[in-house]
Design a protein around this ligand. Sequence first.
Ligand code: ADP
Ligand code: MG
Length: 348
Amino acid sequence: MRRYCGWKIIAGHILNESHTHKSFFTSYIKIPMIHRMINAIEIKNLNKTYKASKRMSEKVALNNITLDIPRGSIFGLLGPNGAGKSTIINIMAGLVVKSSGSVKIWNFDIDVNERNAKSCIGVVPQEINFDPYFTPLESLELQAGLYGVPKAERRSEEILEIVGLSDQKDAYVRALSGGMKRRLLMGKAMVHNPPILVLDEPTAGVDIELRRQLWDNVKMLNAQGVTILLTTHYLEEAEELCDRIAIINHGQVVVCEDKNTLLGRLDYKSVTFVLDRDVSDVAGKLSQFDCDVTGDRTLVVRYNSTDIHVGHIIEALQKAGYGIVDITTEQSNLEDVFLQMVSSSGSS
Ligand code: ADP
Ligand code: MG
């Protein structure tokens, strides 16, 4: 099988722009593989303040964001609406001008080497924007043309296969379903063979089945070596896909960690007991624990699993004279971590 990432390996060299194919839109370059490079994207002290307009007052969207996105990762930018996720993506795509700070894409500074930086990422925007009168095949060919990809090196048919649109390649875009349009957007972002693919809210408003399909596409591309950066406000999506996650709130990084470290952060667990008699007076007897009576005979106890073993709680219940009919425990998930982090990061 041909690998998606077919860029040339020219160790240690950054190709001079005079050796590239140029078009009016951007340049198509052979992207150098820089062996010692660990990060696909490096963002340092990035700030963005949107100026006041007639409709909106001045808005600080990014407040000193510093982030490294490791090469080969599926990196999730997670945050509530308005957190600043799209602003970060749009700065990388060259659609929004930053106020200060620096962004390096595949080691190219966007201020110094804009063309090369751009040629190293494919951005799938949050909003769907297409000319409805082209077919998917024509759309990809056109996009490849804009990027100056030479005819012999275009892979439109192969890309349509990857995003599952081979059967629709000659249909008008306006006849495609919402999900197909999103996959075509992903295809368009891949025409110049970028080593980094950026997806802004890839599954917002799409149904469960299609979401799974998109996840599979993302995983497959990543397995072939593509670094993926995605934004989402679906915790489930980040939990399923990402190996590293940054939580953004009010334009600031609240936390940036490997997913498993992040999930392990919350050592609060809860255990639900069904007891053999009424529990109305139990809280007084177990005052050392955080208890919640949720039914005549059910009791929820939240505890910190590093300090307290569930056995201690059982012991205390038995000492108080209760028999235990049933026990269920719950692990914390990303949603718990997210809510805790976002609420403790406060408001701006
Ligand atoms: P997210 O993608 O996380 O939902 P955005 O980056 O779109 O967040 O927006 C961050 C903040 O910047 C929001 O408060 C939003 O209203 C504001 N914002 C975004 N784009 C503009 C713009 N073009 N002009 C003024 N304010 C903007
Ligand atoms: Mg957004």
